[in-house]
Ligand binder design. Structure first.
Ligand code: MLT
Length: 411
């Protein structure tokens, strides 16, 4: 008799964003005239930058000709993209990351989940609370946790609360942990980590022989020059950290799919017998067995983001979304709402008015203003009483959303 992976049965009912989608669809069916504005999932709305479109068209034409046709590409990604990333994203900031330490993939969501393939099953794992749900759910699926409690916390995980008291930048764990998920600029709270904060984490990881899984999917949205874009800007991080980056939001690739993961060559973890093993080799082995690479057309498009026109168009796209973030932040503050993030990140995190629970505020906004956001409690117990708005939308929708917010909050 075939058996299922029973760890899946520990998961809370649905993944957060499909669950929101389900509720919104039900509301839309019951209220067909409602003009719903979606500021929930961070999904881009603006068309691809022209330099990227042109490169993708050209790549399709190459595939249409016998002499330039390509079949399987390298599982780790094409050299032209890995080299462009090493040069523009790392060397230009004085950060040492070589092209062959960069693994191209079809998304950071997949990579942050798949990375667990190369780690053992008895690691102590720390996550922030609130947190991007993929880190938690993939550990549940892998059997690294116990059951969930009434607050939505899984047994066996070490939760690091982000609160207004610590400005949503959690403190170090008070006990030794082996794997630590960090996400900066942060999803969902939109906060950033200073160089000092990241230094403390790198020191902690070096002292405890732990590995930091650093999700930098939103680094392109940083505007403050003092904030690190990469954990490798911190001395000693190459021995303790894996970094994830994404093209999803910076060049509008949520549907196109392209991302990268950096695994430095000197990064190691131990076998149960104490032997040190290269994580770079394990990840390379994992990818070449389970993945056939992102498509040539997509990688050509991503590489075009590093051309002079591509860089300018990417900057304009990021600035567009960050203006949305500023409008949301300022508009909500003017209504007397306590707001966080939205300065170096495309997410605005707010305290719900009148101490409403996150889901009650979700229901109120949807029913009274036809607005969709993400309940903070969906990101973890410490997110209860908070709410996330995404800045990824058209300007007209953001402006209209603020008008509707005002009607709800003032009524
Ligand atoms: C989000 O809304 O948190 C993101 O769009 C999720 C993702 O990038 O997978």
């Amino acid at each position: 008799m075939a058996q299922v992976n029973e760890h899946f049965l520990k998961l809370k009912a649905g993944y957060l964003f499909p669950e929101i989608g389900r509720r919104v669809t039900a509301f839309a069916q019951a209220n067909p005239a409602a003009k719903i504005i979606r500021l929930g999932i961070g999904d881009v709305t603006e068309p691809l930058p022209p330099a990227i479109v042109a490169a993708m068209h050209e790549a399709v034409d190459e595939l249409a000709r016998r002499e330039s046709f390509k079949g399987y590409g390298p599982e780790q990604g094409y050299g032209f993209l890995r080299e462009a990333i090493a040069l523009n994203d790392f060397a230009s900031r004085g950060v040492e990351v070589s092209a062959d330490e960069i693994f191209i993939s079809d998304g950071s969501k997949c990579d942050t989940g798949n990375i667990l393939d190369i780690f053992g099953n008895s690691n102590r794992i720390a996550v922030a609370d609130p947190v991007y749900p993929v880190y938690v759910d993939t550990n549940v699926m892998a059997g690294h946790t116990g059951p969930v409690d009434e607050f939505g916390r899984y047994g066996g995980l070490v939760y690091l609360p982000g609160t207004e008291g610590n400005q949503f930048v959690p403190d170090l764990p008070s006990e030794p942990v082996d794997l630590i998920y960090l996400c900066y600029p942060n999803n969902p709270t939109g906060t950033v980590a200073s160089k000092e904060t990241l230094k403390r984490w790198v020191e902690y990881a070096r002292k405890n022989d732990s590995i930091i899984l650093f999700d930098a999917a939103y680094e392109a949205f940083i505007s403050d020059p003092s904030i690190p874009h990469s954990i490798y800007e911190i001395e000693g991080a190459r021995e303790v950290a894996i970094e994830f980056r994404s093209f999803s939001k910076s060049i509008g690739f949520t549907g196109v799919r392209c991302a990268l993961t950096v695994v430095p060559k000197q990064l190691t973890a131990k076998t149960s017998g104490g032997e040190r093993i290269s994580l770079h080799q394990l990840w390379s082995r994992r990818q070449s067995t389970k993945f056939n690479g992102a498509s040539y057309v997509v990688q050509k498009g991503a590489a075009a983001a590093y051309s002079p026109e591509g860089k300018a168009q990417m900057r304009a796209l990021i600035d567009f979304y960050m203006t949305n973030a500023r409008l949301l932040r300022e508009g909500l503050e003017a209504l007397g709402i306590r707001v966080f993030g939205g300065v170096n990140a495309p997410y605005v995190w707010l305290k719900t008015p009148n101490n409403l629970s996150s889901w009650d505020f979700f229901d109120l906004l949807l029913s009274k203003a036809n607005l969709v956001g993400t309940p903070g409690s969906g990101f973890g117990a410490a997110g209860e009483g908070y709410f996330r708005l995404s800045a990824f939308n058209s300007r007209a929708n953001v402006e209209e959303a603020l008008v509707r917010f005002k009607q709800v909050v003032k009524s």
